[in-house]
Design a protein around this ligand. Sequence first.
Ligand code: XMP
Length: 513
Amino acid sequence: MKHSETILIIDFGSQYTQLIARRIRENNVYCEIHPHHIGINEIKDLNPVGIVLSGGPMSVYDEGAPTIPEEIFKLGIPVLGICYGMQLMAVNFEGRVEPAKNREYGKSVLQLVTGCKLFEGVKNNSAVWMSHGDYITRLPNSFNVTARTENSPICGIADSARNLYGLQFHPEVNHTEEGSKIIKNFLFKICYCSGNWTAKNFTQSSKTDIKEIVGNKKVLCALSGGVDSSVAAILVDKAIGDQLICIHVDTGLMRENESNLIIKMFEEKYDLQIVHVDASKIFLERLKGIVDPERKRKIIGETFIEVFENEAVKFEGVEYLVQGTLYPDVIESTSVKGNSVTIKTHHNVGGLPEQMNLKLIEPFRELFKDEVREIGRELELPDSFIGRHPFPGPGLAVRVLGEVTEDRLEILREADDIFINELHRFELYNKIWQAFAVLLPVQTVGVMGDFRTYENVVALRAVTSTDGMTADWYRFSNEFLETVSNKIIRDVKGVNRVVYDISSKPPSTIEWE
Ligand code: XMP
């Protein structure tokens, strides 16, 4: 998609780079993150109205420390260097950077020194968040000091004539009191952005683009009922109507009544063309006797592709596949971070396009999850749907620990349903990133009436998180836990014990398998 104005963020590996992007987009300004080795011609092609140089873990004098072409500063485009980005800028203009005697980490107080556009309306002595071991000891040529802190005499710099600004602290983190004002100043007072990047405009131009790309060809979509693929399907449907064919594969590993609800909602409310494939028998058959989590994931992924392909070949003239890929996945694949080991083989429709020779349509490649939710609202999807917790591709198979059987799935479905309903009843559902029940592969002794029981254990998991990468367990009231536990043990046949998972991620993961 073409954008009328773009801010370019050059990434030097800071843990906060995505946060910078989100802060900018909150102001309805489009921005893109690119790795630091982006070439000058690529930058010119992007034609940004402003450039942000992110922070990074290294020291500018370290061997192999990332740099940028000097020409960046000669393009006449405003630049904001944050932390490492500021230090790079300083070194480029013959300033000096040295390791600090007192490493400043955490909160400091910002004292404004000389006025500059970046600090317009920013109050003096506000709290800022620092996180670096180096600081500037000699001011670069033609720059002024705009701010300092107790340990950083040069904490803000500016060459206003050339629109170059630097900050030693992080305006993008919440702990920096005046951070959003500073970012706003950069966007609107320095780069003169118009702030017209809204969900409404995105939806409009995306529909036009999709129509143009697809022409009269047909498009497939694997509609699982997850938020991203569902919003993508509706967007594409608005663009090309009947040329979109959605295939919903019921793996038999869905939650209580889930497949029916999905079909009903998309057929009745949105009039989508949906092929409903009940493949639960095949999935269960292939999972028979399998207890290893990775084997389960592989089998489910492969079976899904097979079932989907068998359906897809029934349609002629199909050239495209819609996917709900999000921006973090795109950045991840081009990021400056090293390769990481596989913790879990994530199953989504990843293998489909290569096998089937389909071209991809990924309308949300440039968006964060909360932005997709915003588009969903724009397309009038109900809030209850948009706010649904994430659900893993392999479904309940990774929540029935040990062998997956129809009986065990049913026990889990009932317990999970009670847990989720109680979350709604106590008005907790929207405060939690993800909550679910897990059926453990152990049996414990209990007593019901005068009888000894020897039955299953259900674990409850509920976490808060912003992106699923890290998570903390949710602190429920005793009353809530007691209510859920009592209901599950009373109503779900085959369960005589409920436990609550109090592990954070890391070192645990959100799902148990
Ligand atoms: P973990 O368990 O790795 O999960 O901490 C992080 C988030 O990812 C979800 N998850 C998956 N999502 N396919 C998906 O689309 C998968 O195979 C898969 N496995 C885990 C998990 O539910 C959590 O939100």
